[in-house]
Design a protein around this ligand. Structure first.
Ligand SMILES: NC(=O)c1ccc[n+]([C@@H]2O[C@H](COP(=O)([O-])OP(=O)(O)OC[C@H]3O[C@@H](n4cnc5c(N)ncnc54)[C@H](OP(=O)(O)O)[C@@H]3O)[C@@H](O)[C@H]2O)c1
Length: 172
């Protein structure tokens, strides 16, 4: 079995993803989709993203791997890696039969460094332009290594924001 390594993110019209160590928007439909896709799989993220989770706690029902130069994990379901390469190694060691996919969950520094490991990207696009964005995702539409393979119509969220789900795969 060969696993997918999937970059999963939400991004606005400028591929902005965060401000003040928080997401740009909290859209329930996006949160639900994130939960459904990642549950039962492996999630990898940076130390600042861990701190942005409720209570700074790992996500339930998933193997969590946080990347940090110094963080020591004492929480159940949370492994600490010292580098993106070590995070991938821990994923292999904990799921040698590759039954689970690995979801790369941010933030900006981790997306940038781990893009070369990714086979797929699931992007929630927000039809918004936010001022003061501090964290960005690489623009996959302008990256020749990536191909857009599916997308939904724009929908209006119950949070009042237009959003669409767009999936990409690596070309080779
Ligand atoms: N829209 C989305 O889908 C989405 C998803 C996730 C996050 N975000 C947003 O992204 C922003 C955070 O991004 P960020 O780039 O500031 O933080 P981040 O990537 O979440 O975390 C950065 C930290 O990760 C660790 N790290 C990164 N590269 C490393 C390496 N090569 N070796 C060891 N440790 C490494 C370091 O931790 P230490 O300092 O402990 O060494 C670093 O300070 C927030 O605004 C957040 O809300 C958006």
């Amino acid at each position: 079995m060969s696993r997918k390594v999937i970059l999963i993110a939400s991004a606005d019209n400028s591929w902005g993803i965060g401000k003040g160590n928080q997401l740009l928007h909290t859209v329930p439909e996006d949160m639900r989709r994130f939960r459904e896709l990642t549950t039962g799989n492996i999630v990898v993220y940076g130390r600042k993203t861990l701190e942005s989770f409720p209570g700074g706690r790992p996500l339930r029902d998933r193997l969590n791997i946080v990347i940090s130069s110094g963080y020591q994990s004492s929480m159940e379901g949370l492994l600490a890696a010292r580098s993106p390469e070590e995070a991938m190694r821990l994923a292999e060691e904990n799921d040698p039969q590759e039954k689970k996919d690995v979801y790369i969950c941010g933030g900006a520094s981790i997306y940038r460094q781990m893009l070369p490991f990714c086979t797929d990207a699931y992007i929630t696009r927000f039809d918004t332009s936010t001022e003061g964005v501090e964290a960005f995702l690489p623009n996959l539409d302008e990256d020749g290594s990536w191909k857009k393979v599916s997308w939904t119509e724009w929908k209006e969220s119950i949070a009042g924001i237009r959003y669409a789900f767009v999936n990409y795969i690596r070309k080779n």
